[in-house]
Design a protein. Structure first.
Ligand code: UTP
Length: 293
């Protein structure tokens, strides 16, 4: 079993209905957060965690994603002429340090099915999954935090955060095993419950879009039949491989922005622009002016 994770799977084949009408023409993953597409940030997170192979699961009509990561000398030269060196450097690093593959999901049969479509691209090795809707901003990339825990205790990992009771029913929720705390952030699990009513939630830890998974999850997903809403859920596949691999939750240190809705994307843009030295003063000024109106 390799002691490293070399592939991250980024499922990006969804319909993006909450972003209609934009998604008639543009994949929602390319909608910008400040000045870079949302998917740019999560690819950078994977690169900063030392992962070298990015498998982006797309669907027919979303070729623009592949176009975005294709190296272009003309764009590089243009960016540098315009003084946009930081962006040019990041794109150059992507080209030098990463290889990309683009498995296709022909029909939107759910997140678990999208991950299964990357089976060949990932090979029979442990792999990571990042959902591009969840932008996580912290001092250290969340994937790097999780990989450290995984090196100590290999298994399947889901990222979790503490969720207020009134919002817990929107999440997959983890069920902790007795005496489960392995360290301050890692917990052994006995199961997961998808979107439980608040009074039935087994914990206050909700699952967020980062996973480290063993290849057995692909076998389990291949055996999983579509659930109640006709989709193959990733959490079902992970739960089914619990008899083969230990399951852990990792409570990460970072702030999460949900870029899966237009307003969430606006929140992410505003927060990131207020954190960045080159944009903070201008955006703070606009915000104050808008609030006075
Ligand atoms: P969502 O449930 O947010 O669906 O998927 P969506 O299509 O992106 O957006 P809405 O709900 O229609 O507005 C979560 C992640 O899983 C991927 C999506 O691309 C997104 O990154 N996904 C979902 C797939 O790749 N395939 C699927 O069949 C479903």
């Amino acid at each position: 079993m390799p002691s490293q994770i070399r592939t991250v799977v980024i499922p990006a084949a969804g319909l993006g209905t909450r972003f209609l009408p934009l998604t008639k023409a543009v994949p929602k993953e390319l909608a910008p957060v400040v000045d870079r597409p949302a998917i740019h940030y999560v690819v950078k997170e994977a690169m900063d965690a030392g992962i070298g192979h990015i498998a982006i699961v797309t669907s027919p009509g979303k070729q623009a994603l592949e176009e975005y990561f294709k190296p272009s000398q003309e764009i590089d030269a243009l960016l540098r002429r315009r003084g946009m060196n930081a962006v040019a450097d990041e794109l150059q690093q992507f080209a030098q340090r990463l290889t990309f593959s683009y498995p296709i999901q022909d029909r939107q049969l759910g997140l678990g099915h999208a991950v299964l479509c990357a089976r060949e691209a990932a090979g029979r090795e442990p792999f990571a999954v990042i959902l591009p809707d969840d932008l996580l901003v912290g001092d250290e990339p969340v994937l790097a935090q999780m990989l450290r825990a995984w090196q100590r205790r290999p298994g399947n990992y889901v990222a979790v955060e503490e969720v207020p009771r009134e919002r817990i029913s929107a999440y997959g929720v983890v069920d902790l095993a007795a005496g489960s705390e392995a360290d301050g952030r890692t917990y052994r699990l006995k199961g997961m419950v998808e979107k439980p009513p608040a009074d039935k939630a087994p914990s206050n830890l909700g699952i967020v879009g980062r996973y480290l998974l063993m290849p057995e999850v692909f076998d389990a997903l291949a055996e999983t039949r579509p659930g109640a809403i006709g989709e193959i859920q990733l959490t079902d596949g992970i739960a089914r491989s619990m008899d083969r691999c230990p399951l852990y939750a990792y409570r990460y240190a970072a702030v999460r922005y949900d870029c899966g809705t237009p307003l969430g994307l606006l929140h992410a843009s505003l927060s990131l622009a207020l954190r960045r030295p080159d944009t903070a003063a201008e955006v703070r000024g606009w915000a104050q002016e808008t609030l006075r109106m």
